[in-house]
Design a protein around this ligand. Structure first.
Ligand code: ADP
Length: 160
């Protein structure tokens, strides 16, 4: 069975990579879907986010990377995929994730959302934390793949 792991991945962190590897222990294949929501402001463009996901997963088999703008369930229906993977870090994620899972189920009744718990090693890591720490010159190399750390420092240098 193939599942989809959707997210902003702005940028991808080792927390995301951990969820991806664990999802691959359960599913035959995984589509990592980089999404674009017009209401969100991103540091990296959709194309940059996709390229960083590709470089982070270059040695990982059975994974496909794709991008999508618009309603997630439209992508799932179009590709005949009925399982969504999401990660849960702390109770603070729960309310939002529950709301999305229920809404998606309403929009696509055959869909199931599977939650994987974050590894405690990365449970405090988020893309926003990584951006904030990098912005102030802090070391993020233990939280993101090396290409992402490089891209972050480059991007923040450009912005100055
Ligand atoms: P979105 O904007 O769709 O929430 P994110 O890239 O922030 O996109 O997150 C995608 C998914 O990955 C979410 O389910 C989120 O809870 C999960 N996630 C993010 N960081 C981690 C982490 N460190 N460990 C486990 N799951 C995580």
């Amino acid at each position: 069975m193939i599942a989809v792991y959707p997210g902003s991945f702005d940028p991808i962190t080792l927390g995301h990579v951990d969820i991806i590897k664990r999802a691959l222990n359960i599913f035959d294949g995984l589509v990592v879907l980089v999404t674009e929501n017009p209401r969100k402001k991103y540091l990296f463009s959709l194309d940059e986010r996709k390229k960083l996901v590709e470089s982070a997963l270059k040695n990982v088999d059975r994974v496909r990377i794709d991008v999508h703008r618009g309603l997630l369930v439209n992508y799932l229906k179009k590709h005949g995929i009925k399982v969504l993977v999401r990660g849960l870090r702390a109770v603070t994620d729960y309310e939002y994730e529950l709301q999305m899972a229920l809404a998606n189920k309403k929009l696509y009744s055959e869909l199931e959302t599977v939650f994987l718990t974050a590894s405690e090693k990365f449970s405090f890591v988020s893309s926003s934390l990584v951006k904030e720490v990098a912005m102030y010159g802090g070391d993020v190399t233990e939280w993101v793949p090396s290409e992402v750390a490089r891209a972050l420092y480059e991007k923040l240098k450009e912005g100055k």
